[in-house]
Structures are given as structure tokens and as C-alpha cells.
Write a protein that binds this ligand. Structure first.
Ligand SMILES: C[S@@+](CC[C@H](N)C(=O)[O-])C[C@H]1O[C@@H](n2cnc3c(N)ncnc32)[C@H](O)[C@@H]1O
Length: 273
């Protein structure tokens, strides 16, 4: 795992972009959780009363799990599909180009979208993001910026990791007096307080347990999807300490870790520009 303890934001983003970009071709085979979460988020989106030809913006598309659902459900949509990593954008574009020739693909930092409200200046009908927000420096500022890009009555819908994720991995470290390189993910209350005041939002938390043959397989899976950048200010374990942790998590029936997935949905007030 790559750890640069006092990494400045721009450096960290470059490292995150190249870690995910380097995994663009192997991602799909190991991103089981991401595939499930994108499908679950797509159900929430399919239930929204969007226009017949909605203007959509996706942040952190990766290889395109959520994008594929969006364009299958609304093939006529005017979609802008983006990711920090140019290699992920290219991989996503390869998957989707034939489905929706009118979609545009951009490499962009979703925390600072280089976009104005779309098209005729009325704003996006939907801004969505699956499992990217946990990589941001300031999710609250990002959400406020996304809401500004919405048309009145438009929606922000996202999934991200919440407090309690990977608790089994963290507990194995704590029992040995070690710290795990896991970010401190926000609680539902914390996420709910990030919504700006010009609309109504909700957060639902759903646990997603994932079982791996053993602790090695868990770590290899993270590497193969590009999730290789540890939380800031966390030092990597020595090889000996890592071996102890792996011995502790390995059980005869495999290693189960639980991800707490926060699903957020916000509607901007209809009278708000
Ligand atoms: C775990 S992957 C999820 C990808 C995809 N949404 C999925 O569910 O498979 C996280 C993605 O977020 C992207 N990402 C991380 N930080 C970002 C940022 N600041 N702006 C946009 N995308 C970002 C990464 O490049 C990566 O493709």
C-alpha cells in the first residue's frame, strides 16, 4: 500500500489517479462490491422522476459500472461521464461509446468540476457518484459544489463508505496494538449534516459483508482495483507486523470484512437557482 504521511492534496490526487489508472484493465475482475453498489444505486436513480432526456453528470466513473446502468436505463440522456484518472475515463469510454454516442467523457477532479451548469445553463438534472467520494479531501465542499451545478429540483445521488467499514480488519490491528491504514469514514449523521440548506436529503446505511479466502486475498483484491493509497498519516506496517495481522484474520471459512455503504439522495429546492 502506498502511504505518504503528509501528502499535499495535489500530490495525493496524482497518486490516487495513477493507482486507479494502473488498475483500469484489471479492475472489473475484482470489483465485486463496486459492481453491487453501482447496481443498488442505479435502482435509486431509476426511481427518480427525471426528464425524458435528462442531463446527467457522473463523478468518479471508474470503468463504468454505474455509467452502464445509467445509459441502459436512459439511452437518450445527455450524459457527462468523468473520473480523476484519464486511464479510467478511457476504459469507461471503451465500454460505453457504442451505447451512447452522444455521451461525453472527461478526466476531471470531481471535487472541483471544471464545468458550468450544462447546455442551456439550466443545470444538471442528476449528479451521481458511486464509491468515489471517500477519496475526496473535503466531501462536504464537493457536495455543495455539485448542488450548485444542479437545475432547481435536480438531484445528487451517491454511495460512499461510512463509519464502521472494515471493522474486522481494524479490530485485528487494534488487538495487536497496531493501527490499520484505513481512513476514518464519516457516520450517517456526519454525512447528513453535509447537505447544503437549499434542499432536502437523506442518508441510508447498508452493511455489505464480503468474504475472501484469506487476508492476503483481501489485500490483493484492493491492489487489483487500484485502492492502494492508505489514509493520510498512516505508516505502512512492517512485514512482520503485517504477517501477524494476516494470521489473526485468517479463519477456516475465510476472512469476512464488512463495508458500511452510505447511500445519499438530495433534491435541490425547486425554487432555487
Ligand atoms: C472505487 S473506484 C469506483 C469507480 C466506479 N464508480 C465503480 O463503482 O466501479 C473510485 C474511483 O474514483 C475515482 N476518483 C478518486 N478521486 C477522485 C476525484 N477527486 N475526482 C473524480 N474521481 C475520483 C478514482 O479514479 C476511481 O476511478
Amino acid at each position: 500500500m502506498i502511504t505518504l504521511p503528509t501528502m499535499a492534496s495535489a500530490t495525493r490526487k496524482t497518486v490516487v489517479s495513477s493507482a486507479f489508472g494502473g488498475a483500469a484493465e484489471t479492475y472489473d475482475a475484482d470489483a465485486h462490491l463496486q459492481r453491487l453498489v453501482a447496481a443498488r444505486l442505479a435502482q435509486d436513480i431509476a426511481a427518480l422522476p427525471l426528464a425524458a432526456v435528462p442531463r446527467l453528470l457522473e463523478i468518479g466513473c471508474g470503468t463504468g459500472f454505474l455509467s452502464h446502468h445509467l445509459l441502459t436505463d436512459r439511452p437518450a440522456a445527455r450524459a457527462t461521464i468523468t473520473d480523476l484518472s484519464p486511464l479510467m475515463v478511457a476504459r469507461c469510454r471503451r465500454r460505453l461509446d457504442a451505447m451512447s454516442p452522444q455521451a461525453r467523457f472527461l478526466a476531471m477532479d470531481g471535487e472541483r468540476p471544471c464545468l458550468r451548469p450544462d447546455g442551456d445553463g439550466e443545470g444538471f438534472d442528476l449528479i451521481c457518484s458511486s464509491l468515489a467520494l471517500q477519496w475526496f479531501d473535503s466531501p462536504g465542499d464537493a457536495l455543495a459544489g455539485w448542488v450548485e451545478l444542479l437545475r432547481p429540483g435536480g438531484y445528487v445521488v451517491f454511495a460512499t463508505l461510512a463509519a464502521g467499514s472494515l471493522i474486522e480488519w481494524q479490530n485485528a490491528h487494534s488487538a495487536l496494538g497496531l493501527g490499520a491504514g484505513v481512513a476514518s469514514y464519516p457516520s450517517a449523521e456526519h454525512l447528513g449534516a453535509l447537505w447544503p440548506p437549499n434542499g432536502r436529503g437523506r442518508i441510508l446505511i447498508e452493511p455489505s459483508p464480503c468474504t475472501y479466502p484469506d487476508g492476503h486475498a483481501f489485500l490483493d483484491g484492493l491492489r487489483r482495483i487500484g485502492a492502494r493509497v492508505a489514509a493520510a498519516n498512516r505508516r505502512p506496517l512492517s512485514p512482520g507486523a503485517l504477517r501477524q495481522v494476516l494470521r489473526r484474520v485468517n479463519q477456516p471459512d475465510g476472512f469476512t470484512v464488512t463495508y458500511q455503504i452510505a447511500y445519499g439522495c438530495f433534491q435541490k429546492d425547486a425554487g432555487c437557482s
